[in-house]
Design a binder for this molecule. Sequence first.
Ligand code: SME
Length: 158
Amino acid sequence: MDKNATYKEVSQQILSVIEGEPSATARYSSAACLLSQAFDYFFWTGFYVVDPVKQDELVVGAYQGTLGCLRIPFGRGVCGTAAATLETQIVEDVHAFPGHIACDSRSNSEIVVPVYDATGSLAAVLDVDSTEYGSFDEIDAKWLEELCSKLLIGATQH
Ligand code: SME
């Protein structure tokens, strides 16, 4: 299956699993789980959510993979850059990214996509890390941005 077909299938699966689910946690967890199984080279899939108290800091949420760091200030690393700029970050070689936070040296490339709540505020970022270099491009960005734009529609609880 090519990338588009895989993303189409996993996106439909995630959206159908979370349909009608009020809990944001259940939605994030289901998406992290199903995405982790979509591609062999996905090494870490998960969410860093905006801390409700310290709103310029991300705290780790639902994920699949090895231990992730717990907190990332806005502006730091790839996740913090996505949160600060509200722009998807595609990094072909994480070791060459200034300020990259290395949670596990097996991660070699990554994509980070902002997630918004129903009011349009930043709620979280989706972080997908790959064991390979240069795994992510505009196709990944398009599908993951579309998924993230729908992820919290209908979520009314944390
Ligand atoms: N790659 C991230 C850190 C989080 S982990 O990789 C799970 C970053 O630099 O933002």
